[in-house]
Design a protein around this ligand. Sequence first.
Ligand code: HXC
Length: 258
Amino acid sequence: MSDLKNLLLHRNGFVATIQLNRPQVLNALNMELMDELIALFDSLDKDASVRCIVLTGNEKAFAAGADIKEMANATAVEMLARDQFSKWDRIRKVKKPIIAAVSGFALGGGCELMMHCDIVIASDTAKIGQPEINIGVMPGAGGTQRMTRAVGKVLAMELVLTGRFLTAEEALQAGLINKVVPVEFYLEEAQKLAKEISNRPPVAVRLAKEAVLKSFDTTMEIGLEFERKNFYLLFSSEDMREGMAAFIEKRKPEWKGK
Ligand code: HXC
């Protein structure tokens, strides 16, 4: 993926960091950027030398939403033909953990992209919201559903109907993000957490992520069944034998990802 136009990719050990890179428009998510992003997620997901992915923007903006200029003249039928949102579903299918490192604006599609991630570390400058109502539309990449599940009905309704931005502190209190740090540290903090997760057994990480996400799609009974199957499946992994043996022998485990 050497011909990226709208993204930058940094690698450090098992951690890959994707940086959204359209700073002149606050990382507005145009179709070309989204196509590149989805292809990059696909390729990192298949790459055994990557165990955790950090998604970030820059200090001023994670992403200020879908590119309004690209949508302003589109008809409903054209939007239907673009079929953007089914592409976004592929981000939901990424098996490796994704940590969002958010600073500045995370708005509209930017907020929805953040909510596709598994963990969110934000800077104290973050402004997070779903302001689509102010341009005559509404969230379209999962905002009404994911925001509501994350923060509850009344706050989600307020954000979606008024377009008000949450401060980082409010987002933390509402359960939308994991941690707020001073702006100088948000990326470092996210990468530190990614490194920590990439030192965990990869098969267990994968099946555990899958089981947590399953809870959004199903009933408690089916979710518990799914969890149990993944739990039992881990007893066929070499890493499970190693993890338990290392505990008993009071030594550090060595994970093989098998
Ligand atoms: C296209 C955008 C943009 C966007 C900012 N820019 N957001 N271009 N699409 N979503 C561009 C501006 O046009 C401007 O370009 C440059 O970025 C800097 O933005 P300013 O507005 O000058 O900056 P500032 O005054 O600091 O205001 C920041 C802001 C504002 C509050 C974030 O830009 C804003 O309200 N942006 C739109 C936010 C929004 O409505 N997002 C939801 C989009 S709809 P120029 O060329 O003038 O310098 C959506 C639907 C989701 O996301 C559906 C799923 C994909």
